[in-house]
Ligand binder design. Sequence first.
Ligand code: ADP
Ligand code: DAR
Length: 357
Amino acid sequence: MVDECSPSSTRPARPLHLTVDVYEQLKDKITPNGFTLERAIQSGVDNPDSGVGLYAGDEECYSVFGPLFDAVIEDYHGGYKPSDKHVSDLDAAKLKGTVDPEGKYVLSTRIRVGRNIRGLGLSPGCSRAQRREVESLVTKGLANLKGDLAGKYFPLNGMSEADRKQLVADHFLFKKGDRFLESAGANRDWPEGRGIFHNNEKTFLVWVNEEDQMRIISMQSGGDAKQVFERLVRGISAIEEQVKAAGREFAHNDHLGYIHSCPTNCGTGMRASVHVQLPKVGAHPNFKKWCAKLRLQPRGIHGEHSESDGGVYDLSNKERLGKSEVQLVQTMIDGVNTLIAAEKALAEGKPLPSELQ
Ligand code: ADP
Ligand code: DAR
C-alpha cells in the first residue's frame, strides 16, 4: 500500500518541472543565506522515485527559485496558481460531526501542523547556530505553557535508546529523517538540537527541529476530532504568543500560508489523521481510488512510507494548501466516515455508499 507521496515504482511518475530552460534560468541563483538550486533539488536527484524531490533551505527559496517551486506547487496542490491566496480558519466550532461516532473503528486521532520561525532558516539549509537558537527559543516558550498544555522538553541528545524506541513505538516521537530528508540535508548534525515536548497525558506534543522547526501535535485515543482540533488550536496560539514575546514571528505569507521546508506542506501544514480498522475496505482493489475521490491520503501506521498493519490504516487529508484547516479536518471526518460505511456495507453484502459509486 502506498500513499500519493510515497516512493513506488507503481505510482505514476509526476511530471519533471526542472526543464532545461528552468535549470538555465535558476542554476546560478543563490538565496541570501547561501542556499542553491543544486541543494534544493538534491533529494530528487538522489531519489528518482521521489513524489516531490524539492525542498526549501530557507523561506527565500520560494521566491529566488520561484519558477520551479511555483510549478511544483501548482502540480502537487491541484492547480494552485502563483496568484492564488491562502486563507486560514482555525475555528473548531465550525466542525460538523465526528469520526466513527459508534467508536467501533477508529483507534486514535492526531492533528499536526508545522511552524517555522522567520529568519532562522529551514531544516535543509539552517546553520548549526540557527538550529541551536530555534531549540533555545522554542523550549523557553514551551516552558511557559499553562494548564493542560503544560509539560516537559526531552532533547534527543542524552535520551536513552530504550526511551527513544518506546516513544517512537508509541507513535509520539519522530524517527531520524528518511533517505529523502537525508539527501535534502535535514539530518545534518543529528541528533543535536532535536527533541520532543509533551504534556503529562501525551495529548499535546511539539517536535523540535525535525523536518520543520516545529511540528505542533494534538492526539488522543478515539475519534473525537473536534476535541483534538480545539486542543491543537489552543496550543498553536499559546506557542505563537511565546514566539512573538521573543520578538519573532512565524514564516507566513498570504500566497503560501505557513512556510515549510517541503512545498507539499505549505499552506496549513496540517495533517489530520486517524488510525482506523478497515480490513475489508483496505483490501478492496478500489481502496486507493476511493481515498483519492475522498481527497484522503493513506499511510501505514508507523508514519510516512510505512505499511499498514493488520488492516489498520493511517488516513488523513491529502491537501494542505488552498483549503482552510477547518475544511481539511471536515474532509477527513466526512471521508473516513464514508469509508467506515463502506466497511459495514462490505461486511453485510449491502450496496456501497453513493459517494463511492
Ligand atoms: P507526520 O504526520 O508528522 O507527517 P508521519 O506520518 O511520519 O509524520 O507520522 C508520525 C508519527 O505519528 C508516526 O509514528 C505515526 O504512526 C504517528 N501517527 C500519525 N497519525 C496517527 C494517529 N491518528 N494516531 C496515532 N499515531 C499517529
Ligand atoms: N520527498 C517526498 C516527500 C514529500 C512529502 N513528505 C514529506 N515532506 N515528509 C517523497 O517522498 O517523494
